[in-house]
Design a binder for this molecule. Structure first.
Ligand SMILES: Nc1ncnc2c1ncn2[C@@H]1O[C@H](COP(=O)(O)OP(=O)(O)OP(=O)(O)O)[C@@H](O)[C@H]1O
Ligand SMILES: [Mg+2]
Length: 332
């Protein structure tokens, strides 16, 4: 359904070009839920925004390939992209307050999202908005439809965002950390809601999150990002039981202890790569505990390719040369 290949996105800044994506790859099948994980700044949101075509007519420099149902999205004009956005591909943004206009009522924004793709009267669209608010569990939707975003609680705003993203029943939903700002109970409700609506409409979902627990619960497949690249891609089961890439191994080892006694993450030592000045070798090399196992400073000098073995793909010299330890210690 969706294929992202070798996607690069650079932003011009006063300090130079910020290389946010550096050959990103991602595959998605119809009806599937894929988790997109990786630490802050790894390029999860930029990947989502690029698929939504949000960098068209901006100064961002884009290359590579984004194909959706056979259509090359990067080649589309902004006008044609608009016919995909909302209707075929919907997105729940990380921050609902910035994605919703403060001066318009929640209802009118959902109604307008519907009217972009459906020729109906304002009145009919408002009814659709009321129905949609009811469907995402907003109490008293007839009255709430006329509220402004700031009159909603955080959880309600997030629900309204989901209503807006789903009102045209898109075939692909991108949910960019839809629950990070919410408390745990509301989080669980929102996740249930997304799964429910997905089952009803059989849409595919890209689920962006930091939370590996959520991934285990919701996703069939995982794409792990580091420094604007996919470093590993596999089924949830494989990622959790047999991760290949040292970064993924580190992520798994940093999972909260299952006993729940110590729920602090053990972060991987070191800091994320400087996107203004990327190394010519593996982007993870300076934090990698296994780089020294690979001869000839290959990790420092040569960017590894994404090696695809069946449904599992990893980008690592050590893995490719079978130099990594077979087993890892996961959790505690
Ligand atoms: N418009 C922009 N101009 C310049 N740099 C940008 C722009 N948008 C994103 N970036 C940079 O690109 C990198 C990737 O950002 P992105 O928002 O995709 O990270 P992320 O994985 O979503 O992180 P988080 O988990 O914190 O949401 C970051 O270093 C960010 O500062
Ligand atoms: Mg983000």
């Amino acid at each position: 359904m969706l294929s992202v290949k070798n996607l690069s996105v650079q932003f011009p800044t006063d300090d130079g070009m910020v290389a946010a994506l550096n050959g990103m790859d991602l595959q998605l099948h119809r009806g599937e839920t894929v988790g997109l994980v990786g630490e802050s700044g790894s390029g999860k949101s930029v990947t989502s925004q690029a698929i939504m075509g949000l960098f068209k007519e901006t100064r961002a420099k884009i290359s590579g390939e984004i194909t959706f149902e056979g259509t090359d999205l990067l080649a589309l004009s902004e006008d044609r992209m608009r016919t995909f956005r909302g209707k075929k591909i919907g997105m729940i943004f990380q921050d609902p307050l910035s994605a919703m206009h403060p001066f318009y009522t929640v209802g009118s924004q959902i109604a307008e999202a519907y009217r972009v793709h459906n020729k109906v009267s304002r009145k009919a669209a408002k009814q659709v908005a009321i129905d949609m608010l009811a469907r995402v569990g907003i109490p008293d939707p007839k009255k709430r439809v006329d509220n402004y975003p700031h009159e909603f609680s955080g959880g309600m705003r997030q629900r309204a965002m989901i209503a807006m993203a789903l009102v045209c029943e898109p075939e692909l939903l991108i949910a960019d950390e839809p629950t990070t700002a919410l408390d745990v109970t509301v989080q669980a409700q929102i996740l249930d809601l997304i799964s429910e609506l997905q089952a009803e409409t059989n849409s595919a979902v890209i689920f962006v999150t930091h939370d590996l627990g959520v991934v285990a619960q919701l996703c069939q497949r995982v794409v792990v990002m580091y420094g604007g690249q996919c470093v590993e891609q596999a089924s949830v089961r494989e990622i959790f039981t047999a991760p290949s890439h040292p970064y993924t191994r580190g992520l798994m080892a940093s999972m909260p202890h299952l006993s729940g006694e110590d729920d602090r993450l053990t972060p991987i030592p070191g800091s994320p790569p400087a996107l203004l000045d990327l190394p010519s070798g593996c982007i993870f090399a300076d934090r990698c505990e296994f780089a020294a196992l690979v001869p000839d400073n290959r990790c420092q000098n040569e960017r590894p390719q994404l090696l695809v073995t069946g449904e599992h793909a990893a980008r690592c010299h050590g893995h490719e040369m079978s130099l990594l330890p077979k087993t890892i210690k996961v959790g505690a």
